[in-house]
Structures are given as structure tokens and as C-alpha cells.
Ligand binder design. Structure first.
Ligand code: ADP
Ligand code: ASP
Ligand code: MG
Length: 457
């Protein structure tokens, strides 16, 4: 069997859903299971209405919900035609009625907990997967909707819940495998799961890719296809640099570094379950299905270019932690990281000197509390609106003079931190957010003008 995951833009309206149906129909022999995201931008809208309700603005929240209801009715009406839509209407209505009710409850309490935010966010995938399953059936595919919240079991870290692989695999084998064996096409929402007690959770923004990999690994898929709105993984974000080119082949390690450092075409954790089971992942374009896309494989291909791609991750904060006493004392770094850890603050890039440590975090929410905890040891300064730029390629290993070439290409841009990852397949640095487009374009011109045709298109 194979897993086919369609992202938000690939199911955003009736035309997109029809394209997805055609793509799935062309692969029935491979026994597909389909994972879908919410329609494009729906998760953002859901979280916005949750926040409005949490702030006590009930009318605004319900107004946003009304717009979302109308959008889904329109898409479902167009994708299903009047006949089927009429039968399906009450199911859709029930979902939006309970969403309304939830928003009223939140507004009355005036507080949005992480647990309730997950419940609200889950509606996107709960609804999209039902519309897509109905639309597939109408188009002659033997689709069967499977509720992901009864299959994907997670812990209760709301907003970024972690799967319980044993329990999830067990449920996949019991509830989903028999459908595949009967040649049905299961259609499941990505991004969502539930605790063993049945409380709904989400596994992190962009998490439908991860769902696809969890499901693919659990069902021993031969291939995981990630259908999106670009021709595959590109040498850089095509929206940032129109000269971006398609990467035909990339290793798991390279793709994981890129995903982690901002190439949002894939969710960072996506690849782990696939890597462990050695399942190849193919990134494909639902608007251009005949393009081969990008194949992500366990081992790197030989490539004459140093780099495979450049990623940029914006909205980063640099935190400088400067020792106030105990200079040179051992344990300084440990105490610092313990404090960041205590506040669940994820650190991406680190550079140290004798008396200070600079590190980057992608949310500055916890910094005042961290500064207070570090009070006796160090003082803390921070600066937002930074970006991490990361160049990735297995050939960095053992090639000399690369860093010089990178930094001379952007010699007039102020570089705040530099790190060459322990994995030796990335060169990473931090600059002002505003400098990103210029830096990325110049690096792209420097390193991606003469490309190995075996690896790039
Ligand atoms: P989906 O909704 O299908 O999950 P996403 O919006 O999450 O799609 O990811 C696709 C987007 O990722 C593209 O539209 C593109 O703007 C962005 N992107 C960033 N870096 C890259 C890259 N290196 N290659 C391809 N796409 C990239
Ligand atoms: N709909 C979710 C999000 O927007 C998950 C996904 O699209 O992968 O984050
Ligand atoms: Mg995505």
C-alpha cells in the first residue's frame, strides 16, 4: 500500500478536490490510503476564532465561524453537487453547530486553554476529511472515512502532542488495515489525534505530513507521497527566489535539516517514522501531477554541487546570556540549558564564548521568566526579528573553503551568529529578518547557477 497526503492548497476548493480524486484514481492499484489537511488557511482561521472567544469577543468569534461555515458549505456544495450535498449537509451542520457552541462556552469563561484550542483546531481536518471522502466516493473511488481521533493515539501535550506508536500501530492494524485489504481507500484527517482517554489533540502546525509518515510506517507502506502546491523540494523557497530549481533526489538527513530550518514544504518530524522503516518519501505537485517531484531516500546520491538547498526560518529571537559572576566556572552552560529546558524553550543555534552564550529561540514568550531564573548567574538580553539561514548538503563534509565562499557572497550583510552543525551537512547563520530575501538570492546565484543534472532539474 501507499500513503498519499494532500496539503491544504491541494484540497482548498472543489477544483482542487477533483484534481486530488483524479490523482488517487490513477494509483488505485497501489492501494492508497489518503491523508488530508484542512482546506487552505482554515487552521489559522480556527485558531483566530478561538483566540477571539478566549478574549471574550464572542460576536467576532461567531462571525469568523459563520464565514468558515459558508466557505465549507460552498466547497462541499460544488464538490458534491446538490444531490449528495443534501444528504451530507446535516453532518456538516452538526460540526459547525458544535463549533459555535464551543466558542460560546470559551467566550463565557473568557479563557482559551491549550486543550480547547486543540479541539477547535481539529475541526479543520475533521471536516475536510469528510468532504474529501464523500467527493471521492461520488467520483467512483471506494473511499471510506476513518476518524483519525480514534486511530492516532497521543500524549496530552496539547498543540504538539507526541504519538504513542505502539497503540497507534495496533489501532491501524485493527481498524485501517482491513479496509486496505478490502481495496477500500481510507481517507483520514492529518494533524489530529486523541489521548487514550479520547481527548482531542494536535501534533504541531504543518503536522499532516507527520500523520502521513506515522500512518505509512504503521502500515508498512511502500511509499509516502506528499502532494503539495510546488514541484517538490526546491533549491530554496520559490516564493522567495523565483530562480529556485527542483531537487530530484535528496537524502533523508538533508531533507530533515531543511525542514527543520524553515523549508515548510515538509514538517520537521515527518521523516523520522519513514526513515526508521526505510520508506521512501516523494514530494509532488497536485497542480502538475506528471512532474516527478522530489524523491527523498535513505542515502545521499552522488552530486557535484556542494549544496542541495538553502532554507530560511524567520521570526527568530537571539538571546545573549552574559555571565555576571562565576566566570570560567564549570557548569555555566549546563545551568543555562537547564533553565531553557525547564521553560520548554527550544534552542536552535548556539554559540559560546568564555563569558557569554548566544542562542536562538523561535518564541520570546518565556524569556522574561528565563531571565528571572538566571538572575543570580547571568543577565539576559534579547533581540527579535532575526532569521536563521541554513545551507544544506552532504558534500559540505570534507570540502574546504566553503564558509569563506558563503560569507564573501554576503559580505555586506551583518551576520550575528554562525554555526556549522555537528552533522556536518549544514552551514547555518543568523541575520536580520529584513536581509533574508537579498541574502538568499545572492547565495542562490553563487551556488546554484551550474547544477548537476542528475540531481537537479
Ligand atoms: P501544504 O499545504 O501542501 O502542506 P505548505 O504550505 O505546508 O503546503 O508547504 C508548501 C510551501 O512550502 C510552498 O508553497 C513553498 O512556498 C514553501 N517552501 C519553503 N521552502 C521550500 C523549498 N525549499 N522547496 C519547496 N517549497 C518550499
Ligand atoms: N492544517 C494544519 C496546519 O495548518 C496541519 C497541516 O496543514 O499540515 O498546520
Ligand atoms: Mg504543510
Amino acid at each position: 500500500m501507499i500513503v498519499m497526503k494532500f496539503g491544504g492548497t491541494s484540497v482548498q476548493d472543489a477544483a482542487a478536490i477533483s484534481r486530488a480524486a483524479e490523482i488517487v484514481a490513477s494509483r488505485l492499484e497501489q492501494r492508497p490510503l489518503v491523508v488530508v489537511s484542512a482546506l487552505a488557511k482554515v487552521t489559522d482561521a480556527l485558531l483566530a476564532m478561538g483566540r477571539a472567544a478566549g478574549a471574550g469577543d464572542r460576536d467576532h468569534a461567531l462571525g469568523l465561524c459563520r464565514q468558515l461555515r459558508e466557505r465549507h458549505y460552498t466547497v462541499a456544495g460544488e464538490a458534491l453537487g446538490t444531490g449528495v450535498f443534501t444528504q451530507f449537509h446535516s453532518e456538516l451542520e452538526a460540526h459547525f453547530d458544535s463549533l459555535d457552541e464551543l466558542l460560546r462556552g470559551i467566550a463565557a469563561v473568557g479563557e482559551l486553554t491549550d486543550r480547547t484550542a486543540d479541539n477547535i483546531a481539529s475541526f479543520g481536518e475533521r471536516i475536510s476529511s469528510r468532504i474529501v471522502a464523500a467527493a471521492f466516493s461520488l467520483r467512483g473511488i471506494e473511499a471510506e472515512h476513518v476518524d483519525s481521533t480514534s486511530v492516532l493515539v497521543t500524549d496530552n501535550r496539547f498543540g504538539r502532542a507526541l504519538p504513542d506508536f505502539d497503540e497507534t500501530n495496533d489501532r491501524l492494524a485493527r481498524l485501517v488495515q482491513p479496509l486496505v485489504e478490502k481495496k477500500k481507500v481510507p481517507v483520514m484527517g492529518g494533524f489530529i489525534g486523541a489521548t487514550p482517554q479520547g481527548i482531542i489533540t494536535t501534533i504541531g502546525r504543518g503536522g499532516s505530513d507527520f500523520s502521513a509518515a506515522i500512518i505509512g510506517a504503521g502500515l508498512h507502506a511502500l511509499l509516502i507521497e506528499i502532494w503539495t502546491d510546488v514541484d517538490g523540494m526546491m533549491t530554496t523557497d520559490p516564493n522567495l527566489c523565483p530562480a529556485a530549481r527542483r531537487i530530484k533526489l535528496i537524502s533523508f538527513d538533508e531533507a530533515a535539516e531543511l525542514a527543520y530550518f524553515g523549508a515548510k514544504v515538509l514538517h520537521p518530524a515527518t521523516l523520522l517514522p519513514a526513515v526508521q522503516k526505510n520508506i521512501p518519501v516523494q514530494v509532488l505537485n497536485s497542480r502538475n501531477p506528471s512532474n516527478e517531484g522530489t524523491r527523498i531516500t535513505a542515502r545521499a546520491q552522488h552530486c557535484r554541487n556542494t549544496f542541495k538547498a538553502i532554507a530560511a526560518k524567520k521570526r527568530i529571537t537571539i538571546v545573549d546570556v552574559v555571565a555576571t559572576r562565576m566566570l570560567g566556572a564549570h557548569g555555566f552552560l549546563k545551568s543555562i540549558f537547564d533553565v531553557f529546558d525547564k521553560h520548554h524553550c527550544v534552542v536552535d543555534v548556539v554559540s559560546t564564548s568564555e563569558v557569554s552564550v548566544s542562542l536562538t529561540v523561535d518564541s520570546n514568550e518565556a524569556i522574561p521568566a528565563i531571565a528571572a531564573d538566571l538572575d543570580k548567574l547571568a543577565y539576559v538580553k534579547y533581540e527579535g526579528r532575526k532569521a536563521i539561514v541554513c545551507l544544506v548538503g552532504e558534500n559540505i563534509r570534507g570540502t574546504s573553503g566553503i564558509a569563506a565562499k558563503v560569507f564573501s557572497a554576503i559580505s555586506d550583510i551583518n551576520v550575528r551568529m554562525i554555526s556549522q552543525g555537528a552533522s556536518e551537512i549544514n552551514i547555518t547563520f543568523v541575520i536580520d529578518e529584513d536581509d533574508v530575501p537579498d541574502a538568499v538570492r545572492r547565495l542562490h546565484d553563487t551556488f546554484f547557477s551550474d547544477l548537476d543534472p542528475e540531481v537537479f532539474e
